[in-house]
Design a protein around this ligand. Structure first.
Ligand SMILES: [Zn+2]
Length: 389
């Protein structure tokens, strides 16, 4: 059954690439994926829904009505709005109208309530309910763009974020193939919390850029790496992931400077810093001055160099959970002060830099071309089929 389902979903996407004009692409997204939960409440918010289980019609769910689903070992029990129980293996909840909206609330344990468009497929996995939202790609992009960018951005930035989200989704369709869906709703894939609700510009941004994705010079979808703030300078992919990409090259980025996450600081005692370096075999010579611990960066560097030895900045970042691995080490009396720049890995697009470019009225294509080198921004039906099978 699972293989059939995957085959069916993949086929939908495959046909979309082979057919012109392009039909909608449906994605299967696992909801509340980072949690284990055993029961969930479904409520119709707008429109109506047809509920069926194991191929059998169970009823219609009208606005305000709720159905409750609970897992008991391998079985799924569903209670309709009259209180009648059914035992099923899988439940499908299909939208009666395109504008139908439903809400979900996991009840055991209690998690936040979210609203969704599209349809719902509920089954039982090893130790949890598995709840899949079957959602049109563009509607999914709107939900992700709002979650990833936040509610207060300009329209031009939402265009940028929509293209990033669409490109990521299509490049990673097989990420969860073995589990029976395309993408999860957690940060492992892209954060997705249902339909966008805060800002109409999110919807406009997705619609205006509908079907556009980013490819490299060979018309292959790119890895749309992005981070919060570059600190004034992005870096190449190879420095972080050991594999260079032609489109992920270092860029001097004045747009990130002065933004909320452009700088950070951390302080500690010099003796603690020396103990830390000792744990990596770096010795502090007895006659050495503490000023030898200092390192000031003009540009990003891979290694903190001290007393003829070195330690990777990314290692220090991990050990102290720092916002970035782009920082000066300064000595002030008996304290070490790390004076940091940026937030995140620094590869690809800086979100805060791109938001600033949008505020300065740069076009979304200019913003993407600033952060990604030698790219093509084209409709996805103009590129090679994503599926090789
Ligand atoms: Zn995932």
């Amino acid at each position: 059954m699972r293989k059939l389902r995957i085959g069916y979903l993949s086929l939908l996407v495959f046909l979309a690439f082979r057919t012109f004009p392009v039909f909608s692409i449906d994605l299967a997204v696992s909801l509340y994926h980072e949690h284990l939960f055993h029961s969930i409440l479904f409520t119709t918010v707008e429109g109506y829904y047809r509920v069926s289980g194991d191929g059998q019609e169970l009823g219609i769910c009208q606005p305000g009505a709720s159905w409750y689903m609970i897992r008991r070992k391998d079985s799924l029990y569903i209670r309709d709005h009259h209180g009648e129980w059914f035992r099923m293996k899988e439940v499908l909840i299909a939208a009666g109208e395109e504008s139908s909206v439903f809400s979900l609330k996991p009840a055991n344990p209690v998690l936040d309530t979210r609203e969704y468009l599209g349809e719902l497929r509920i089954g039982v996995s090893m130790n949890s309910l598995q709840v899949l939202n079957i959602i049109d790609l563009e509607k999914y992009v709107m939900g992700v763009a709002e979650t990833e960018a936040g509610p207060g951005c300009s329209l031009e930035y939402y265009k940028v974020q929509s293209i990033l989200c669409r490109t990521f989704a299509l490049k990673n369709l097989e990420r969860h193939l073995e589990e029976g869906f395309h993408l999860c709703d957690g940060v492992h894939c892209q954060a997705y919390k249902g339909r966008n609700i805060w800002n109409d510009d999110v919807e406009t941004g997705a619609e205006v850029t509908g079907e556009l994705v980013i490819c490299d010079a060979d018309s292959v979808l790119i890895n749309t790496a992005y981070h919060s703030n570059s600190g004034g300078e992005t870096r190449g992919a190879g420095k972080v992931w050991l594999k260079e990409e032609s489109y992920l090259r270092p860029v001097l980025d004045p747009f990130s400077l002065g933004q909320r996450n452009a700088s950070w600081e951390k302080s500690m005692f010099v003796r603690d810093w020396i103990y830390y370096l000792l744990s990596y075999g770096i010795h502090f010579p007895e006659d050495a001055d503490t000023s030898g611990l200092e390192m000031r960066l003009k540009h990003r560097q891979e290694f903190y160099r001290v007393f003829g030895d070195s330690l990777a900045f990314f290692r220090i970042r991990e050990d102290f959970t720092l916002r970035s691995d782009f920082f000066d080490v300064l000595v002030e009396g008996d304290r070490i002060r790390m004076k940091g720049r940026g937030y995140g890995h620094g590869v690809g697009l800086s979100q805060e830099g791109a938001m600033e470019m949008a505020r300065r009225r740069y076009h979304y294509t200019a913003i993407l071309n600033f952060y990604y080198h030698g790219i093509l921004i084209i409709p996805y039906f103009d590129i090679k089929p994503l599926f090789s099978h």
